[in-house]
Design a protein around this ligand. Structure first.
Ligand code: IMP
Ligand code: MG
Length: 178
């Protein structure tokens, strides 16, 4: 059981539902009369993007972009763009990601989407780790803040595992020693 590897729950299922509701209604209000395009960063955005999407009450579209910068629990600092950039020309884009840490991923992706002709680009993250920031970027929509510790679940992974936990939590220390 995945659950046996968790030391502490950081964001519960109920808290996640409230975050999605709040973010969805804020986005619906801010983009009233427009049709924003949500661009999710794979693979971490998956559960968040699908729940957030259902809480948006105005017309919107979705697409995905595959990028990565992590190996284990450390940011490599090098952003790998692995997929094709979605067609964002003249679109009001909202980048959706699981967590904002050093900021390198979102800064690089934001610049790339602007270079690809996006009309506007905003950033929506489930979680923000403000203490981890290495480059100047902030998110326009944030579900909640977490301290500078490695979290998994609800899309967030450790070596590609634990994404399917329905909540966000901290792994037991022994998992890293394996
Ligand atoms: P940044 O470029 O350091 O801001 O990287 C953000 C990406 O790193 C996120 O999309 C996650 O994939 C990953 N990441 C950052 N912190 C964590 C964490 O605590 N758990 C799992 N993945 C994380
Ligand atoms: Mg990610």
């Amino acid at each position: 059981m995945l659950e046996n590897d968790i030391k502490k729950v950081s964001v519960s299922v109920e808290e996640l539902a409230l975050m999605n509701k709040r973010l969805g209604s804020q986005i619906s209000k801010d983009y009233e009369g427009k049709c924003p395009m949500l661009v999710g960063l794979l693979k971490g955005c998956l559960p968040f993007m699908s729940d957030l999407f259902k809480n948006i009450t105005i017309p919107c579209t979705i697409d995905y972009f595959k990028v990565s910068s992590y190996k284990g629990t450390q940011s490599t600092g090098v952003i790998n763009v692995k997929g094709e950039c979605p067609d964002v020309d003249a679109k009001d884009v909202i980048i959706v990601d699981d967590i904002l840490d050093t900021g390198r991923t979102l800064k690089a992706v934001k610049e790339l989407l602007i270079a690809h002709g996006a009309k506007s680009v905003k950033v929506c993250v489930l979680l923000d780790k403000p203490e981890g920031r290495k480059v100047g970027i902030s998110a326009d929509y944030v579900g909640g803040n977490v301290p500078n510790e490695f979290v998994v679940g609800y899309g967030l992974d450790y070596n590609d595992l634990y994404r399917n936990l329905p909540y966000v939590g901290v792994l037991k220390d022994e998992i890293y020693q394996k």
